[in-house]
Design a binder for this molecule. Structure first.
Ligand code: C2O
Length: 554
């Protein structure tokens, strides 16, 4: 591999969307941020310089960071934030991974404007397990607030109410013609007839799973979270925040029209305010083989085009059907190394709500008090004021965290029927310590408090196999018999089904401190997160390397 250098200057920039101009935090003045491109085996050296008054840190979502946990990025977990005027060089090698990932800020809600694609091509002598597409196009979904997003979340945390929903969704930063005053900011994908395009789809939205469809076209899903899957055809994809999906789009040989509408809209099952507005973009056939004059392409009217329909906003059956189609390749070249024997079993409840709150703590639940909380096994995680990895590595825990994160919830519930109204949530900074090479199973159960709601759980530093999922209560006696240990999908972010559970397995072979959390930023802010400490192994390549000299201090 080679070494590739990037420089990320964190700068303010005025950007206009929906006819309002606001100042946003950007990388190099770009929104969405620049594309980072590498090949499997390359080293990335990315210097981040902070020229703004906000603290920042950048996470390379889905990169395994083998022995390089200092470069992972979540603020107060693997590093202290990069403060104004400071810089930090993220230095890591991409080992055994290729596909679509992305990078984003990992502090407060800064990722609303600080995000971009991270594309890893196969090694020079390697190819895709499918025919090489004619072109590859990143499609990155986001959310846009007219207000300052830091103000939105700060207000929500102070008042204890849910934050205001975004003013629009975006494709590659553009809201599209179904929003007021936004027709000129429409994403257009120009294609030629009879070709195959690979869309590298990334959901960078803060708080919503999304459905996506292109009128009159089907897609073949070939990759999820930078891991190849057995291809399957679909008209509609579902993607949670944090997930990436590569699809092959075959264009028509003789299209009946030159323009088709693509749309995305949320899948949402919770209660409270939500946004069911729609982003639209245009798939536009290159018509230079016809003799029509070039269309003045700026003001697209979609009035005469048909807008493809999407499932109802709360269509859990569609979502579970879709997610059940994912299978890893499990081939000789891309084997599925699913842990067969489990050393440590965990059962995590994930969800909202806490009532009553322990005295003197600000974790009151929604039923009789003013503040929301979210938790894993009734622990709503408080970030410490020094990075966990620093305090672990330098053996200065000083009460910063404790190693008693519960492996099962403190109070057992029946999650179906009437949801419990007492989750005894407490605030804390608790971790699970795992010896090197522990094989781990985690069953994550949606608590269904405040209505059944899906939660996209993301694990840093690892991919995991999704060995089972179901609705209602997980049944430890019967459900494991139905696990798929042959070709389960491998990924870094999985939607815990609304009103159900999901079981994952991974081998703890990467030493460091690794966050696991809901990738809805609103739930993350309310505490739906926990951390694993994976100890060093005995061999030199099983040890976390020392931190770089420029590691930020708190
Ligand atoms: Cu993409 Cu911890 O995040």
């Amino acid at each position: 591999g080679v070494t590739r250098h990037y420089k990320f200057d964190i700068r303010l920039k005025n950007v206009t969307r929906l006819c309002k101009t606001k100042t946003i935090v950007t990388v190099n003045g770009k929104f969405p941020g620049p594309r980072v491109v590498a090949r499997e085996g390359d080293r990335l050296v990315i210097k981040v310089v902070n020229h703004v008054s906000n603290n920042v840190s950048i996470h390379w979502h889905g990169i395994r960071q083998l022995q390089s946990g200092w470069a992972d990025g979540p603020a107060y977990v693997t590093q202290c934030p990069i403060q104004t005027g400071q810089s930090y060089v993220y230095n890591f090698t991409i080992t055994g991974q290729r596909g679509t990932l992305w990078w984003h800020a990992h502090i407060s809600w800064m990722r609303a404007t600080l995000y971009g694609p991270l594309i890893i091509y196969p090694q020079h002598n390697a190819s895709y397990p499918f025919a090489k597409p004619h072109k590859e196009v990143p499609i990155i979904f986001g959310e846009w607030w007219n207000a300052n997003t830091e103000a939105v979340i700060n207000q929500a945390l102070v008042t204890g109410a849910g934050p205001n929903v975004s003013d629009s969704y975006t494709i590659n930063g553009l809201p599209g013609p179904l929003y007021n005053c936004s027709a000129k900011d429409t994403f257009k994908l120009k294609v030629k007839p009879g070709k195959t395009y690979m869309l590298r789809i990334i959901n960078a939205a803060l708080n919503d799973d999304l459905f996506f469809r292109i009128a009159n076209h089907t897609m073949a899903v070939v990759e999820a979270d930078a891991l190849y899957v057995k291809p399957f055809e679909t008209d509609i994809i579902v993607i949670t925040p944090g997930q990436t999906t590569n699809v092959l789009l075959k264009t028509h040989h003789n299209p009946q029209q030159t323009t088709f509408v693509m749309v995305a809209r949320p899948y949402f099952t919770g209660q409270g305010t939500f946004d069911n507005s729609t982003i639209a973009g245009i798939l536009m056939y290159d018509d230079d083989h016809h003799n029509s004059p070039p269309s003045s392409s700026n003001n697209i009217s979609i009035k005469n085009l048909s807008i493809p329909t999407l499932p109802p906003i709360n269509s859990t059956s569609f979502v579970s059907n879709f997610t059940n189609k994912f299978r890893s390749l499990a081939s000789v070249k891309f084997p599925a190394n699913v842990p067969r024997n489990v050393d440590k079993h965990f059962f995590f409840t994930v969800g909202l709500g806490s009532n009553p709150c322990p005295k003197n703590q600000t974790c009151q639940g929604p039923t009789n008090s003013s503040k929301f909380a979210a938790s894993v096994n009734n622990v709503s995680m408080i970030l410490p004021n020094t990075a966990l990895l620093q305090s672990y590595f330098f053996k200065k825990s000083n009460g910063l965290y404790t190693s008693d994160f519960p492996s099962v919830p403190l109070v057992s519930f029946n999650y179906t029927g009437t949801p419990p109204n007492n989750t005894n949530v407490s605030n804390g900074t608790k971790v699970v310590v795992l010896p090197f090479n522990t094989s781990v199973e985690v069953v994550m159960q949606d608590t269904s408090i405040l209505g059944a709601e899906s939660h996209p759980l993301h694990l840093h530093g690892y991919n995991f196999y999704v060995v089972g999922q179901g609705f209602g209560n997980f049944d430890p006696k019967n459900d494991p018999a139905n696990y798929n240990l042959v070709d389960p999908v491998e990924r870094n972010t999985v939607g815990v089904p609304s009103g159900g559970w999901v079981a994952i397995r991974f081998l703890a072979d990467n030493p460091g401190v690794w966050l696991m959390h809901c990738h809805f930023d609103v739930h993350l802010s309310w505490g739906l997160r926990m951390a694993w400490i994976v100890l060093d192994g005995k061999l030199p390549n099983q040890k976390l390397l020392p931190p770089p000299a420029d590691l930020p201090m708190c």
